[in-house]
Every structure is written in C-alpha cells, then in structure tokens.
Design a protein around this ligand. Sequence first.
Ligand code: NDP
Length: 287
Amino acid sequence: MSAILIDGKARAARLRAEVALGVAEIVSVRGRAPGLAVVLVGEDPASSVYVRNKGVATREAGMVSVEHKLPADVGEDALLALVATLNADDAVDGILVQLPLPRHIDADKVIAALDPAKDVDGFHPVNAGRLMIGQPALVPCTPKGCLMLIEEALGDLSGREALVIGRSSIVGKPMAALLTAKSATVTVAHSRTRDLAGHVARAEIVVAAVGIPAMVQGEWLRPGACVIDVGINRVVGADGKGRLVGDVDFASALPRAGWITPVPGGVGPMTIACLLANTLQAARARA
Ligand code: NDP
C-alpha cells in the first residue's frame, strides 16, 4: 500500500481561483479591490523572497499589493508609526508585517499595534483569543491551509484522534484549536513530550510542525493515518546538493500512511493561498 499524495499545489490553485472570484465580486460592489500592505524590515534574503512571492500572488488574485521596505536599523517607533498609518488607511484591508523582525524591535508590540480587523496573519492576541473561544477570527494561514487539506482527505473530523507536534503560536496552537473546533480529539506534543512514538501510533491525523528534518518515523504511524508535514528544513544530500525535507521521514511514511503531504508542494502553497483568502475575508468584513 502507498499513501495518497495530497497535492497542496492543486488545492491552493483552486483556493486562489475562488479568491479571485470573490475579489471580482467585491470590486463590483465596492468599486475597489482589496488592498494588502506588506511591511519588510531589513534585507533578510528568505524574507525578501517570501514578500516578493506574496506580492505576486496578491496581484494575480486581482488585489492591490503595496510593499513597504524599511531599513534594518529602523526604530521601533517609526515602525509603529507606519502600522498606525496603515491601520487608518481606508484603502488597506490587510496588513502583514514579515517576521522575524530585527532584535531591537519587540515583535509582540508591533503585532499588538495592528488593527485586529486587518491582521491577515492572524497573530494579534484578539484574533488568537477569538479562535480559542470559537468566535469569527482571522486565522493564521499555515494551520488554516492544513485544515483544508485534512478535511479534503478525511471529510468529517468529528471524533478523530489528532496529534499536533509543535506548540508555536503560528502553527501548533492554532492548529490544535482548529481541529478541536472540528470536534477532533486533539493531543499537542512538544519538546517535553514523553513517548512521542506512542502518541503518533494512536493518531489518525498527524500534523508535524517542529523544524527537525525527518524526525517522525514511518514505523511510528498508525496505518492509514493522514500525515500533514509542515516542516521546511534545508539539508545537504549524499550528492552534496541542498534540498528541502519535512519533519516526517517521507520514504518510510509513504508505505504506511493513508494520505501524506510532500515537501515541497504540500502545505507551503496553501499558506500563501490562505493569506489571499484572509485578505478577502478582511475586505468583506470591512465592506
Ligand atoms: P517553532 O520553532 O516556533 O516551534 C517548534 C515546536 O516544535 C515547538 O513547540 C517545540 O517544542 C517543538 N519541538 C521541538 N523539538 C521537539 C521534539 N524533539 N519533539 C516534539 N516537539 C518538538 O517552529 P514553527 O512552529 O514556527 O515551525 C515549525 C516548522 O514548520 C519549521 O520547520 C518551519 O520552517 C515550518 N513552517 C512552515 C510553514 C509553511 O508554510 N509550510 C509556515 C511556518 C512554519 P517547545 O515548545 O517545547 O520548544
């Protein structure tokens, strides 16, 4: 038996097409396309690539993307002032501050300064709190995309045994909240968890968001499990070339899982598509 590969690229393309339709609708009602402001501080190469890709995807969906590039030594006050300006700008429906920020800037303070209605990353405490108590919220893009992939594979998640490995605020914790809201029975594992393999063995759904290459072994899996690999780890192969691998050992998981996301081409494409969906959601809520 071999797992069904979950095609994140194809699912993301469908979501992007749905968003583009929603954008056309809001333009016809409001006369203006949704606007996303992306703030990049410094010149970290990975962050610059993410910001460029987000800009391209936003424009492809028919939305307006405005990038604000600030020098690495910009003061926290100047960044907070830009956030305040974007909060007040009616043409801006979504604001994304690319993380990580330089060490001299308090990222929590910057996130807390965002208007929660424009917080398309879903990192503001108000959105995190709303997600926890089941109120409408802007939900972090990566777990939102993972949930879509899981539901597409399994349908109704009610009563399913789910294991989320990792408890970060951007992936693990919101993932656990989303699965709980779908009535799955959720376990959250982290660096202090004992007998991770034992937890994995019980899970019908495994979401791995750790950042350790190929940590989850295929033999640990419950046969037929739905495996969502969030990890993006750059490793050097035997041929000396760099390549990306996930947190799950793909080769040993493939014959045992029921469904599995590849890395790359699984969760990654969904993250950007969900950013577009969140921007549309924010624009609709403000319209
Ligand atoms: P963090 O480093 O913030 O969190 C990692 C989590 O893994 C922590 O909760 C940590 O536990 C836990 N952990 C560490 N070691 C172990 C272990 N041995 N066993 C079990 N749990 C462990 O990472 P992120 O959540 O930001 O990201 C996780 C991965 O997902 C990374 O590879 C990142 O690159 C990737 N990612 C991919 C995205 C995509 O679009 N595909 C988007 C975002 C992230 P503790 O809390 O105890 O320290």
